[in-house]
Ligand binder design. Structure first.
Ligand SMILES: [Zn+2]
Length: 394
């Protein structure tokens, strides 16, 4: 007999259930981690998605694979009643930043962390295969407890780590049909994420005049020197108080030391915490001029991940989560971050989005990537509790 959505939820019972399922949860995380899935390798990402699709089918999910040519297929799995009221998008990705073969140097294993607590180690464990496994466990618990009273749309993509070039339209379309979005990215410390910066990328190109550095020095227009001036300039646009950063991450140019270089280029990462800074920075890039008039300069780019703003509905969502976490016996702070996720897209559509609902751990994109096992069951219970609660802002 289904329990009404607004009746008091047995959070402690959910926690006990999550603890019981922890060995199976860990097992599934290990399966996913061992299916290495770098964004650039479609076959590998598809193989990982096949594991998730099989798990979704076993849980009674209505599974649909959206084929993608260049990157991993997008997995959509729906659970619970087919209805619009309170429909919730659970958003995650299966791709990782780690190339095939990383398991040889970073094996998937359970072992102690720096202070002796148990951790699950491995490439992509924290970002974000553990979060994906938590979602499945939460859905399983709700199904078994007859608490699955809304439609859950689980979407797992294969190109998040490279900016979601092919899955963005599907994410936006599916999110638009939902009342709220829960993103399974790792937590920020112990916090859920209620705000993320917007991200932009620009490429600067400089063309100068090549000449012999010894014979014809005066005839040369040094593209690297010109680029260096531009780098100084754009780096000066950073304003930490506004949450604005402009960082030149890669640069190159020239051919050999005795040739005055005719070509130089740089790639720039831009992060904004205020919407208005997007067009402002775009105008500044467009207005860049070379100091040496013999050089030509191009700057191409855009803000490609919009800001995830700390909206009132997202804050209410966090407050609801915080109250349920308190029932489970742990604090749940909120945080903002400079890193972007697919939550930026759904939030920019105006859909309440809570992020960082996956695993707690350390070392995303780093050799110490690991998941703190003690937090897995409590956070899975919290996720299940939130999925059974009515949406807090309608
Ligand atoms: Zn991630």
């Amino acid at each position: 007999m289904p329990i009404a959505a607004d009746s008091a939820l047995p959070m402690r019972a959910l926690l006990a259930g999550a603890r019981q399922k922890q060995p199976a949860l860990l097992d599934f995380v290990r399966q996913l981690v061992r299916a290495e899935s770098p964004s650039g390798d479609k076959a590998a990402v598809d193989a990982c998605a096949a594991l998730a699709a099989a798990r979704a089918s076993a849980l009674g999910g209505r599974v649909k694979l959206h084929p993608r040519k260049e990157f991993g297929d997008l997995l959509e799995a729906r659970f619970g009643p087919k209805s619009k009221a309170g429909r919730t998008l659970l958003l995650g990705h299966l791709d990782t930043v780690w190339p095939l073969g990383t398991l040889k140097t970073m094996p998937c294993r359970i072992g102690p962390g720096p202070s002796g607590e148990l951790r699950l180690w491995g490439p992509g464990a924290l970002d974000m295969k553990a979060g994906v496994a938590m979602a499945f466990t939460a859905i399983e618990m709700l199904t078994e407890a007859h608490l699955l009273n809304r439609e859950i749309v689980l979407v797992l993509t294969g190109d998040e780590e490279i900016g979601s070039p092919v899955s963005r339209p599907a994410i936006e379309r599916l999110a638009a049909e939902c009342a709220q979005v829960f993103v399974l990215e790792p937590a920020q410390g112990l916090a859920y994420k209620t705000a993320r910066k917007g991200v932009g990328n620009w490429r600067i190109g400089v063309t100068g005049l090549a000449a012999h550095a010894g014979v014809d020095f005066a005839k040369g227009a040094n593209a690297i020197l010109e680029l260096a001036r531009v780098i100084e300039k754009v780096s000066g646009w950073s304003d930490l108080e506004r949450g604005l950063t402009v960082s030149v991450g890669v640069a190159g140019g020239g051919s050999r030391s005795n040739v005055i270089p005719a070509q130089a280029w740089a790639e720039v990462d831009v992060r904004i915490a205020r919407k208005a800074d997007g067009p402002r920075i775009a105008r500044k890039f467009a207005a860049l001029k070379p100091q040496d008039k013999r050089c030509t300069l191009t700057a191409t780019g855009a803000i490609n991940r919009p800001l995830m703003e700390r909206t009132r509905s997202t804050v209410r969502l966090h407050l609801q989560a915080k109250a349920l976490a308190a029932e489970l016996g742990f604090p749940l702070p909120e945080a903002s971050t400079g890193g972007a996720s697919d939550g930026n897209f759904t939030s920019a559509l105006g859909i309440p989005t809570l992020d960082g609902m996956g695993a707690v751990g350390e070392g995303a994109h780093a050799v110490n990537e690991s998941v703190a096992i003690e937090h897995l069951a409590p956070r899975t219970a919290l996720l299940a509790g939130l999925l059974a609660r009515p949406v807090p802002y309608n």
